[in-house]
Design a protein around this ligand. Sequence first.
Ligand code: UDP
Length: 320
Amino acid sequence: MINKHRKPRKIVVITGGAGFIGSHLCDFLIARNYKVICLDNLITGNKENIKHLLKFSHFMFRKVDITKHFEIKGKVDFVLHFASPASPITYLAHPIQTLKVGALGTHNCLGLAKAKKARFLLASTSEIYGDPKEHPQKESYWGNVNTIGPRAVYDEAKRFAEAITMAYYNNHNINTKIVRIFNTYGSRMRIDDGRAVPNFIIQALRNKPLTIQGTGKQTRSFCFITDLIEGIFKLMNSQMNEPVNLGNPIELSIKDLANMIIKLANSKSKITYLSLPQDDPQRRRPDITKAKRCLNWQPRVKLESGLKITISWFKSFYYK
Ligand code: UDP
């Protein structure tokens, strides 16, 4: 619950704070009385996502491009680095920005954490496993990434981000954490984000054909946003410094996802098949043994329940 009268305690800088995951993290931390400094250059983030927080004195928004040097005045306890285009469509629309925010942006954020003696948390991704040859993916798996493929601008930026984070941990004694985020869904995903969940929901609500790329037999494992945020919160307050997978281990095919969304949205939509984008991973499922053991975390929201909530949000947001 939001308590406006208690004195704010820890000070958190969140980059990408106006994005899908970043804004949910802002909500969560503001509700727990953290002081939040939200940074975003609004390339893919949206001020609408955080406008309800602007009334709080312990919330601050700054439009900043973190790929360039930036400064924050005063004490900082945590730097949570979530800035990056994150869906195939958005990182392909901003390939250089994606590489820069993963490389230069991460470097600047680590510099900030070092100067402030703050904890640092990097939002990494299951994409660092590429099109995995090990299944499910454990944190010990090194991945299978095409360094010059279309997804490389995101995958390699995040791989670099992990490497420089570990270098700061090992050489500068910064208390760093790395979360490898698997497919996550929920309110505030962009309508033009191009990912399966928002695409299918919008198509189903409009009774238009759902666009399956490839055969639809490729799999993903979808985690609801509130589960992910709880895991991130546990990680940032944990002793863990090695990468941790956070995601829902329940795997399903994209075709099953499409049919489930048609049913839950009471839609008349059919399915249409498009070609599969290059290097699209065939299977993806997190092994979350480490998160269970070290963070006592596992997802609680069933896909059907999370999708119902997400469908209602898209309905009210786009059809009000
Ligand atoms: N996908 C699809 N139709 C769409 C959007 C995505 O079939 O309209 C497929 C995509 O090819 C991939 C899976 O759904 O196999 C998940 O894609 P998404 O972009 O959501 O995330 P990814 O896990 O690939 O980053």
